[in-house]
Design a protein around this ligand. Structure first.
Ligand code: AMP
Ligand code: MN
Length: 271
């Protein structure tokens, strides 16, 4: 609701509980404004809660997402870092709309804003919803095949936070940093090795192994990466909306038994 999901924190908590979730984290992109409501909603449902966010990072020219869990949501450097990370989104959105206008799609900026809950966080997801609503594509998967991704109309490269900054903000606020859905990035093997090495060197602690964004084979592959780099493992649905997400809350398989779940490192931070 404060980034690109469609449900409220209360609706998400209810859905998570109904699906058997015992420990939940809401991880809005680059934004903490939903944390208090999510924590209260988890408590009301009798679920444990960890604070969460997903920070957009630019690494070797690629956008990489770093999840933070279990941090102090009142931490000032973290809040300021996220505010800086958000600040370029509006100008980027206007450029995206200008590109789409060149291929005959008018009104995309205003259209995307129609789906935005938080004007500081207009994202590609909101453009995707507009493109579907306006009949340019039949679903958001088609949008990301035809538009908004590298080499397609509406893709605007953007400099997000630095990897070192994102990991440091999370760590210094008492949380754990996690590389989100690594199979989604189009990194070369050398770039991927550099990502994991630098992440670990800056104090990053875990990698998302089981996620709605990974196939079973990809989960096995990144379980090996966790072992190789001595990282803990995380599991996340990447659930955005009942209409758009294939993976519902609480429906993913368990982590491989030999890997340490990142929430075990955060036992003292669980609410
Ligand atoms: P942004 O932060 O504005 O670049 O938007 C990122 C969001 O776009 C992600 O959280 C996804 O929800 C969505 N997204 C990006 N690439 C894809 C893709 N290939 N397929 C589906 N959704 C995508
Ligand atoms: Mn993500």
């Amino acid at each position: 609701m404060v980034s690109d999901g469609t449900l409220t924190p209360e609706e998400l908590a209810q859905r998570a509980k109904a699906n058997g979730v015992a420990l939940w984290a809401l991880t809005d992109h680059d934004e903490l404004a939903g944390q208090q409501r999510a924590s209260a909603a988890a408590q009301a449902q009798g679920m444990r809660y960890l604070t969460g966010t997903e920070i957009s990072v630019t690494f070797a020219g690629h956008t990489v997402h770093i999840v933070g869990l279990g941090f102090d949501a009142q931490n000032t450097p973290l809040q300021q870092g996220l505010a800086r990370t958000r600040s370029g989104r509006d100008a980027r959105a206007r450029e995206m709309a200008a590109q789409l206008a060149q291929v005959g799609i008018q009104g995309a900026y205003e259209g995307a804003l129609g789906f935005v809950g938080n004007p500081a966080l207009v994202s590609r997801t909101h453009f995707a919803r507009f493109l579907v609503e306006a009949g340019h594509c039949s679903d958001t998967a088609e949008v990301f095949r035809k538009y908004l991704t590298e080499g397609r109309p509406g893709y605007v490269p953007h400099a997000w936070a630095r990897l070192s900054d994102a990991v440091t903000w999370i760590r210094d606020a008492g949380g754990a940093a996690i590389i989100a859905h690594p199979a989604r990035y189009k990194l070369t093997p050398n770039e991927e090795f550099a990502l994991f090495s630098e992440f670990k060197a800056w104090g990053g602690q875990a990698v998302e192994v089981v996620t709605g964004s990974h196939s079973a084979a990809e989960a096995l592959r990144y379980a090996d990466t966790a072992r190789e780099f001595g990282l803990a493992a995380s599991r996340g649905s990447d659930f955005h909306s009942p209409q758009e997400s294939h993976t519902d809350l609480g429906q993913l398989p368990d982590l491989p038994g030999d890997l340490q779940p990142v929430w075990e490192l955060l036992a003292a931070r669980v609410q």
